[in-house]
Design a protein around this ligand. Structure first.
Ligand code: FES
Ligand code: FE
Length: 457
């Protein structure tokens, strides 16, 4: 039995700020997500800097479909499903590299860089010189935005730039506006036993660092000193090793309206987090100087330029501009999510700057990262507790400052829709409101119209 569109109603309440917990482990909902979200949405595949030369390829994931992103001989890019037209075997076992063609290891059918079948063992004797009418299936649409390569399996999806909207474009501009950026070789990949939506929810969660990441702060990995930020971040009851109250950059419990900026936009895209003024330089770790570049001012607009927030291009593309990283939360099963991390540096970065970027990437997030180890434990436990016969009946609460976020629509159309407020759960709630629309399998126009932000969140 599969879940029908009307059963996708009532799982999310915008009015109460509540979710039905079963959405985090129900196998039928997960299967429906694969078709209504991951087989329709534009998904980030890779960055052009990863496939510079003809024959360069990178294997990306679109839901459970594996896609080879291949630089063609004419310089264009194609997205080819990594599944042989004969019996379905993967035609490429490498995660990235350079190839002249792709030969299936099962019976030897061989495809050129464009996916055309060009070699079949025994063509004359077994197929009587009739080349089977088969090739590698391509994604329905592939496009790039400022070097970021996206694709969709839906031929009817709107153009990429339209899908991204202003919030999605600004999210990528956070990295692109810094100059000629490229991906550091080596994508960090690991699996967390949790539902993908917990990992997405958490990227907007500025409420948890003071508790979840206490041990990471205590190691000195991240600064946690009373004057590290100059912002109002008092955390009652949490003591430093010296017995003083500790303050946590980013992980703020602040009642000050305006410390946080939230952007909510069509199709479920959102950005949320403290302002640059509130966060400061993160104890000297963050260089904000790129924000003074004329291109950055022009491209981001005044409000986004003030944001230190985390961005999510719906459904699972997280951009964390403070560390120039992009992460995917790839659904592998109802209770299994694969996390990928891409780290960006400027093309002209010195060896020392590259080493610092890699070191930061390894120590903060990823399989060896302090922060994501601590986060992953919480997501796994939260996912498990959505399965108990009694536990699953308890609603999930996202009501922090509910109804207190007034959405500002910039009449000039430069800034994305935004809310200036104190700490909140607006971005998470907006993500789930949009998620429910996607799960209903709404048409593209319905989807867009129903994800125009309301006046108040
Ligand atoms: Fe690929 Fe047979 S499955 S050649
Ligand atoms: Fe965290």
């Amino acid at each position: 039995m599969t879940i029908e569109a009307d059963q996708a109603e009532g799982l999310v309440s915008l009015e109460r700020g509540e979710l039905d917990r079963t959405i985090f482990s129900d196998p039928e909902i997960f299967e429906r997500e694969l078709t209504t979200i991951f087989a329709r949405s534009w998904l980030f595949l890779c960055h052009e800097s990863q496939i510079k030369k003809k024959g360069d390829f990178f294997e990306a994931a679109m839901g459970r479909d594996n896609v080879l992103v291949v630089r063609q001989r004419d310089g264009s890019i194609k997205g080819l499903l990594n599944t042989c037209a004969h019996r379905g075997n993967a035609v490429c076992r490498a995660e990235e590299g350079n190839a002249k063609n792709f030969m299936c290891t099962y019976h030897g059918w061989t495809y050129d860089l464009s996916g055309e079948l060009v070699g079949v063992p025994g063509l004359e004797e077994l197929y009587h010189n009739q080349m089977p009418a088969a090739g590698l299936k391509q994604v329905a649409q592939l496009d790039t935005y400022r070097g970021f390569v996206f694709a969709t399996m839906d031929a009817h999806a709107p153009p990429l730039a339209e899908f991204l909207g202003r919030t999605g474009r600004v999210s990528l501009d956070f990295i692109a506006a810094q100059g000629d950026m490229e991906v550091v070789p080596g994508i960090q990949k690991f699996i967390v036993p949790c539902n993908w939506k917990f990992a997405v929810d958490n990227l907007f969660d500025w409420y948890h660092p003071q508790i979840t990441h206490l041990s990471a702060f205590q190691t000195g990995l991240l600064p946690a000193t009373p004057d590290a930020t100059g912002a109002t971040m008092k955390t009652a009851g949490v003591l430093s090793p010296d017995g003083d109250d500790m303050q946590f950059p980013g992980g703020v419990v602040s009642g000050d309206a305006g410390d946080q900026l939230v952007f909510v936009d069509v199709y479920g895209h959102a950005i949320s987090g403290p302002t640059v003024e509130a966060i400061g330089d993160f104890g000297g770790m963050i260089d904000h100087s790129w924000r003074n570049r004329p291109e950055a001012i022009e491209q981001l607009g005044s409000m986004a330029l003030r944001s230190f927030g985390h961005a999510n291009i719906f459904p699972t593309c997280w951009i964390t501009p403070p560390f120039n990283q992009l992460s995917l939360r790839i659904p592998r099963g109802p209770m299994e999510t694969e996390i990928w991390w891409f780290t960006f540096v400027h093309k002209d970065a010195s060896p020392e700057q590259r080493a610092a970027a890699v070191s930061g990437a390894i120590h903060a997030f990823g399989p060896a990262g302090f922060l994501e180890q601590e986060d992953g434990e919480n997501w796994a436990q939260s996912t498990l507790q959505t399965r108990g016969a009694s536990s699953k009946l308890i609603p999930q609460v996202l009501s922090m400052n509910l109804g207190r976020g007034r959405v500002v629509n910039d009449q000039d159309g430069i800034d994305p829709p935004y809310i200036e407020c104190s700490i909140n759960e607006h971005a998470q709630l907006w993500t789930f409101v949009a998620w429910q629309e996607w799960l209903r399998d709404s048409s593209w126009s319905e989807l867009r119209d129903r994800t125009v932000p309301p006046e108040v969140l």
